[in-house]
Design a protein around this ligand. Structure first.
Ligand SMILES: C[S@@+](CC[C@H](N)C(=O)[O-])C[C@H]1O[C@@H](n2cnc3c(N)ncnc32)[C@H](O)[C@@H]1O
Length: 172
């Protein structure tokens, strides 16, 4: 009995075991007029997502969608900054409560993956024209998916109180 109690109280948190590195090849790159990271002001920025020409056929059907989800690699986050903060004040604003980085949309993450839903303006061969993508010129693109409200929208979703009032650019 005592042994069981001891085991219970000295229990280690579960560990995922060894995690192997993953290598990915970008499928394309973002092209726009924004050369440096900046906070906000992305709403009207138009970008071209230039995909590898050899995968242009993989876009069949995408133009039927008004919006796409873009996954990208925030490549200008210096390697030593990645994962350097487990907790931070979102948007570097001390008024925002301290949050675990995984509870934010900060670019200072363990794997600096960006994920943004944007309107798809046009598909022309291997090039997607989008608006409002918060990625600087030269950002590698990892994946594209159609945005499907039936799967992806959660109208009743709850968010942290601090997010309220920060606007569309807020938690980014
Ligand atoms: C905070 S991230 C959020 C991205 C995406 N909306 C998300 O929630 O995953 C967006 C910010 O990252 C910065 N940024 C954009 N492209 C970048 C890149 N290639 N490398 C580093 N920072 C980048 C810009 O300052 C931009 O405002």
């Amino acid at each position: 009995m005592l042994e069981r109690l001891l085991r219970f109280f000295t229990r280690q948190p579960p560990h995922p075991g060894p995690l192997t590195a993953i290598t990915m090849e970008p499928i394309g790159v973002v092209r726009n007029r924004v050369r440096e990271p900046r906070r906000g002001g992305w709403g009207e920025v138009t970008s071209r997502i230039v995909l590898r020409p050899d995968i242009a056929d993989a876009l069949l059907g995408l133009s039927d969608y008004s919006h796409i989800m873009v996954l990208f690699w925030l490549h200008a986050v210096p390697a030593e900054v990645r994962g350097s903060k487990h907790r931070l004040h979102p948007m570097d604003d001390p008024q925002n409560p301290l949050q675990g980085v995984l509870a934010t949309r900060s670019q200072i993450r363990f794997n600096p993956i960006g994920f943004t839903v944007v309107p798809l303006l046009k598909v022309a061969n291997n090039v997607l024209h989008v608006r409002g993508l918060d990625a600087i010129d030269g950002t590698p693109v990892l994946d594209i998916k159609p945005y499907i409200p039936e799967y992806d929208a959660v109208p009743e979703a709850r968010v942290a109180p601090w997010v309220r009032g920060t606007g569309r650019e807020g938690p980014r």
